[in-house]
Structures are given as structure tokens and as C-alpha cells.
Design a protein around this ligand. Structure first.
Ligand SMILES: Nc1ncnc2c1ncn2[C@@H]1O[C@H](COP(=O)(O)OP(=O)(O)OP(=O)(O)O)[C@@H](O)[C@H]1O
Length: 277
């Protein structure tokens, strides 16, 4: 790193909700070819998300987005560095990770389907309090606060996952991610499987929350509509590498890389091209 870059990173460290440096994730290849080299899913990716910023990573299926997000959340072994609110995730102990987990919220593609169908919405959205031992909280009051935040009626607290529409389920997922009042949300394909109109409502909700709470949000997606609608900055990944990064207008208005141009021209049909290449 040159001196100017070092000075910049020191000056701006306090403004960052997330800094990823030289992140690398690899998987061993099992099967007959036992001595073949590991598959590198994330290859030396660096990025930072400022407080209050929405950063979208876009890439085709298999480009390494999920691996990147999971490693950033401390859910996958990785090398390099991931600092959330100044704390190192890579190589952190279980105890350290538990403390770091309170500083960010995770939004899964299928937030409610991954939880027990026997849990009520109130139990789902207040679960982070239990995990982090905040037992004295008034769970019903917390549930009301969180439901209000995501514009769901209070009486949804008593509903079960199968009684929610896809859009309502996502809102429950957002409420759960916000439970511990984190400064950062890591979101995996937040609009997957939703109708276009419901996608728009959810994106507006995320944008409103970002403005109201000053949230930083890292979204991974292959949906260009999501990116155009909501992202302040965009990173393009291809085969595990970040090949271009820029603000929304520059990526959509004057992309530098041929691959980015191809991606933008691909009319949202991004699936599986990497696999066929
Ligand atoms: N547990 C695993 N073991 C081995 N290889 C894996 C594993 N998980 C992912 N991979 C491989 O790593 C690469 C990146 O996968 P990843 O799921 O991170 O991509 P992605 O961009 O999120 O794809 P999608 O949009 O389809 O979810 C792919 O080649 C994938 O096959």
C-alpha cells in the first residue's frame, strides 16, 4: 500500500461499517481427484462499506457471492481480513464471533423457511435477544417495536410462518436482522422469489431504514433491478474476483470493463453463464 492509500485508510477507518481486505475462500475438491488443487471461490476480494451506505455485489451464479457473504459473517473459514465495526472476523474465536454477531444483522434468502414452522413471528424476530443473552428485554414490546419498523401490524406477532406471504416473510426477516440495532446488515438475495411489485416495496423499505437508522447494507444479488434501485456503490464479481467497482451512475452509465457491459446488456438473465463458460 502506498503512503497516500495508507493515510486514506487510517482517516476513513472510523467511517467504515465493514472493511474486507484480500479475502479468500477455497473449497477442497472431494472425489476421485483427491490431489487436485482447491476450488478458489473468493479470490483476493477487497471492499469497504461506509456507515450509511448501500453496497451491492453483483455476479452470475457461481461467481462466489454467497461464499463472500458467509465468510464476511464469520460462517465460513477464510483468509485475509474482515473488519466489522473495527473488529476482526477472520480467525476470531467463537466467543469473539458471538460479540461481533451483535454488531450486524443477517438477512437470508428464505428467512422464515429456515426457522421452525412452530415458532411465532414474535419468537422469530426476538430470537437474537435470546442468543445474546438479553433475557431481561420485554420480548412483546421489542416485537412491537420491530414490527412497526418494518411496517407490519402488531398482531402479526402471533402468526406462524405459513400464515405469511412472501413479502411479509421478508419483512419479518428484516425485523429479525434489526433486532439488536446493528449498524450493518448483510443481505443475501433479499428479493429472490418475490413478485416485481413486492420486490419494489421491500427495496423501498430497506432504503427507508437505511436513511432512518443510518444503516450500512451489503447486498449480494444477481438481480440488476435491485442494484439499480437501491445501491450507492456496486462491485462486479466474476469467477471469485472483483473486476470493477464504482458508484451506481458510473457502473450503469459508463462501465469500464467489457464484462460489466455484457452483464448489464444481459437483460437480467444471468444464471449459469459462468457454468457454461
Ligand atoms: N460447500 C462447497 N463445497 C465446494 N464448492 C462449493 C461450495 N459452496 C460453493 N462452492 C463452489 O464455489 C463457487 C462459488 O459458489 P457461491 O455459492 O459462492 O456462488 P454464488 O455467486 O453465490 O452463486 P449463486 O448465485 O448460484 O448462489 C462455485 O463454483 C460453487 O460450486
Amino acid at each position: 500500500m502506498n503512503i497516500a492509500a495508507a493515510t486514506f485508510s487510517q482517516d476513513h477507518a472510523g467511517d467504515e461499517a465493514l472493511r474486507i481486505s484480500n479475502l479468500r475462500v477455497s473449497y477442497s475438491r472431494k472425489g476421485l481427484l483427491t490431489n487436485s488443487s482447491p476450488l478458489v471461490a473468493v479470490d483476493s476480494i477487497s471492499l469497504s462499506v461506509a456507515k450509511g451506505e448501500i453496497y451491492a455485489i453483483i455476479g452470475e451464479s457461481g461467481s462466489g457471492k454467497t461464499s463472500l457473504l458467509r465468510a464476511a459473517a464469520g460462517l465460513l473459514p477464510a483468509s485475509g481480513s474482515v473488519r466489522i465495526d473495527g473488529r476482526e472476523v477472520v480467525g476470531a474465536s467463537k466467543g469473539e464471533l458471538r460479540a461481533i454477531r451483535a454488531r450486524f444483522g443477517l438477512m437470508f434468502q428464505d428467512p422464515v423457511g429456515s426457522l421452525s414452522p412452530r415458532l411465532t413471528v414474535q419468537s422469530i424476530i426476538t430470537e437474537p435477544f435470546r442468543i445474546h443473552g438479553v433475557s431481561k428485554k420485554d420480548m412483546a414490546a421489542e416485537a412491537r417495536r420491530l414490527l412497526k419498523l418494518v411496517s407490519l401490524p402488531e398482531d402479526f406477532a402471533g402468526r406462524y410462518p405459513h400464515q405469511l406471504s412472501g413479502g411479509q416473510a421478508r419483512r419479518v426477516g428484516v425485523a429479525r436482522a434489526l433486532a439488536l440495532e446493528p449498524a450493518l446488515i448483510l443481505a443475501d438475495e433479499p428479493t429472490a422469489g418475490l413478485d416485481v411489485s413486492v420486490q419494489g416495496e421491500l427495496l423501498n423499505l430497506l432504503r427507508d431504514l437505511q436513511e432512518k437508522l443510518g444503516l450500512a447494507i451489503l447486498i449480494i444479488t444477481h438481480n440488476l433491478h435491485v442494484v439499480r434501485h437501491i445501491a450507492d456503490r456496486i462491485g462486479i464479481v466474476y469467477k471469485g474476483r472483483m473486476i470493477e467497482e464504482g458508484d451506481n451512475d458510473s457502473i450503469f452509465g459508463s462501465p469500464a470493463e467489457d464484462y460489466t457491459k455484457l452483464l448489464l446488456a444481459s437483460n437480467l438473465h444471468l444464471k449459469n453463464r459462468v457454468a457454461r463458460a
